[in-house]
Design a protein around this ligand. Structure first.
Ligand code: MN
Length: 244
């Protein structure tokens, strides 16, 4: 049996002209669901339902949960800070759904993979904070919003020995793509760092007490077809979901 993976989509209230609609719209970059499909899972794009009991029921329908990236950022007040720079914030409909789904999935042991903004959502849902803007807050950071195609592995990360991520990739260092301007600042108490870039930016987090709860700051959905490290990442997630 193939595992069913719930995938969180993005949401716009109808103010994103590039989507060609002024209606509230749920949308998702197809690479996320394509990666699940190509590597042996069944992607199920989750409507951003607002009722808590409906969310609980939705979670029972899936074997794993994939939190995807987002253009807009999590409102800083959700981790106790004021917004210090100009950036677009996520629609409430999305972050409210994602943050609760993270808590429900963690509590019930549903394997969880967060990509980019999805990793940040995992940290905030568990009580951690974010760097609001890497270029403004860090001394001499790497270029994390790297130019060029999203398949370009623009910097390396050091993988924490003995971590879940290390067990997956089997390497102390891997090359990753990078398309983010925020990152995890204070790691939530129940989470640990699984990878860090040379400038100190946290690039992956996990929950040691859970069988599979992993967040990565890069985009493996652009790399799984050309780099086995990133293919193994999805495979390990799908294996954990299948075993559940
Ligand atoms: Mn990066």
């Amino acid at each position: 049996m193939k595992p069913v993976i719930g995938v969180t989509p993005d949401f716009t209230a109808g103010d994103r002209k590039e989507l060609g609609s002024h209606e509230p719209t749920i949308f998702l970059r197809a690479r996320y669901s394509q990666a699940i499909e190509d590597l042996g899972g069944i992607p199920l794009i989750l409507p951003l339902c607002e009722d808590s009991s409906v969310r609980r029921q939705l979670l029972k329908k899936v074997d794993g949960l994939l939190l995807t990236g987002s253009g807009p950022d999590i409102p800083p007040r959700l981790y106790g800070e004021r917004q210090r720079y100009r950036f677009r914030v996520m629609n409430r409909r999305r972050y409210d759904f994602e943050l609760e789904m993270v808590r429900l999935a963690a509590r019930s042991g549903v394997p969880l993979l967060g990509i980019c903004g999805g990793m940040q959502a995992i940290n905030v849902a568990h009580g951690g904070t974010l760097v609001q803007d890497i270029a403004s807050e860090l001394d001499r950071p790497l270029q994390h919003r790297a130019p060029g195609p999203a398949t370009r592995r623009s910097h390396s990360v050091c993988v924490t020995p003995k971590s879940l991520l290390y067990r997956i990739v089997g390497r102390k260092q891997i090359r990753v793509n990078s398309s983010h301007h925020q990152s995890v600042k204070r790691v939530a108490p129940s989470l640990t760092v699984s990878a860090v870039a040379s400038d100190g930016v946290i690039e992956a987090i996990e929950a040691p007490a859970r069988r599979f709860l992993l967040g990565v700051q890069w985009h493996p959905e652009f790399l799984y077809d050309r780099d086995q490290n990133h293919r193994h990442l999805f495979k390990a997630f799908l294996d954990a979901a299948r075993k559940r």
